[in-house]
Design a binder for this molecule. Sequence first.
Ligand SMILES: [Zn+2]
Ligand SMILES: [Zn+2]
Length: 292
Amino acid sequence: MADSSEKTPALRVSQLDATELDGEVVHIIKAQLNKLFKYHKSNILVTYDPEVSALIKTLIWRFSIYAHDSTIGQQILNLKYSGSDPQTSWMSRRQKILYGLILIVCPWLRERADNLVELAGLSQYHTKVRKLLKWLDITLKLAAVWNFLVFLQRGVYQTLTERVLGVQAMFPDRQGMRQVSFEYMTRELLWHGFSEFLFFTLPLINFQRVKNFVRRHILPRQDDSSHDGLRVMECAVCEDVPTNPQEIGCPHLFCYYCIQSNYKADPRFSCPRCQTSIPSVNSIRPYRTVIS
Ligand SMILES: [Zn+2]
Ligand SMILES: [Zn+2]
C-alpha cells in the first residue's frame, strides 16, 4: 500500500479520458472478433451478442480491476481506484466483485430481460416487465445526468457505479500527475490547420500555367539547333515517342494528350522548344508523314 500522504485526487479530464479508453478497448476486441467470424454462416456473434460482450468484459475486469484496482484506461493514465477511505486504502475484494457485477451482469440482464421472462414461464407479465424496465432505464439515465453534473462540480465519482460503491479514481503518487506536452499539441494543431489551408487552396492554383510561366520567363532556353532541320521524333513536352502525334506549326511534335491538356489548362501555352504559340485550338493538327 502506498504512503497515504502521496495520494492525490485524479483530474476530471483524466477520469473522462480513462472511461473513453475503456470503451475503446471493448470496441477493438469486439471488432477483431467480428472479423474472425465474418465468413461464418450462422452469424453466431449476432445471436449471442450480450453473452460475447459479457465474456469480453469479464476477461478485461479479471485482469484490470480485479488484479490491479484500476481499469485499462486508468492504467494508461496512471490512475487507481481508492477504497472507502480514499486516503488510506485501495479497493477491497468486495468492492471489486460488486464493480464487476454492476459492469457485466446488469447490462447482460437488461439485454436478455425478454428471454429470461419467457424462460421463467412468466409470459403473462411481459408488458408489466417491459414497463418496469422502461421506467428503470429513464430513472437510471436521469440519475446518470445528475451524477455527471455533480461530478463536473466536485471532481469525484464520475459514474453512478463509482458513487454507489464509494470508489474514487486517484493518482497513486504525486509524480504520476498527468503531464501533457503542450508543445506537441500545438504542433499538431498547427500542422492540421496548415494542411486544411493547403487542401483548400491547392485546387485553386493552375499549376500547368505556373509551370509554363516559369519555363518561359525564368528557366534558360533550351538550345534547339541539334536537329539540323529534321523533325525530332519525340514529344516536346514529355520527351518520349509521341502517342498520336500532333503538330502546331513548328518543327516539333507532341503527344495528343500532352498538347491538348496543356492548351486546355493554359491557352497561352507555347512550344517548349521554340516558343511558337498556339493561336487557336484549330492549329493543333494531327501530324502526317509525307510519303514521296
Ligand atoms: Zn508527350
Ligand atoms: Zn516548336
